[in-house]
Design a protein around this ligand. Sequence first.
Ligand SMILES: Cc1cc2nc3c(=O)[nH]c(=O)nc-3n(C[C@H](O)[C@H](O)[C@H](O)COP(=O)(O)O)c2cc1C
Length: 217
Amino acid sequence: MERNAFLRIAQDRYTTKHYNGRVIPREQFETLMEILRLAPTSVNAQAWHFFTAHTQEAREKLLPAFPEFNHARISRASDVVVFTVPTKLTDAHFERVLEKEAADGRFPNDEIRKQQDQGRRYFAGLHMKNEKDLVAWETHQAYIGLGTVVYAAAGMGIDSTCLEGLDYAKMDEILGLKGKGLTTAVVVSFGYRAPNDGNASRPKSRLRTEELFTSLD
Ligand SMILES: Cc1cc2nc3c(=O)[nH]c(=O)nc-3n(C[C@H](O)[C@H](O)[C@H](O)COP(=O)(O)O)c2cc1C
């Protein structure tokens, strides 16, 4: 990869407000979802589940969870991904992750396997005192996935919109998340910008480097 390729992606990526309705080729969307699956999480907890909406019908099902001003980011997008996280971390979840790591060949012996399990349960346990703390911790991880996937999309010429402007309880209800032990963390839509998307030509605005960074030398 060219040295400044990622910088250029960071300069070019922007929040798409209006999409043109074009569909992302399926294999490209699958690549994006694979990149999301590979995103890191603290102690590899992978305490998340993604709901994807590709058809117009599926996207319309999600619309009631969004205020009017965000509807254009959903209805003319190609794909919408709802990031959800569990409201409880169960033994079954820890075992599932451990078994997959074992199957993927991560443990040369039982001692290392045991250490990994204990370490994960310890660090996750620091956030398991109540549901609010747990969901906040898991949501931090979800945002790493969110950041990763929007930059990956930009690198593939796919536009995106991170979406926090929604009714989380309504989204939980639409997806029946309570019964699944999940709750909504954040949403992202993907597609291609419409020619009249004013945000595409607006210059990027960020606080100056000197205000944001302090060098400790
Ligand atoms: C987590 C997150 C949630 C956001 N939610 C919305 C949203 O609901 N609707 C929207 O139009 N833009 C939303 N934005 C876009 C931000 O306003 C935008 O990223 C910011 O102004 C910087 O502009 P840029 O992304 O074009 O560089 C969101 C961005 C992030 C990172």
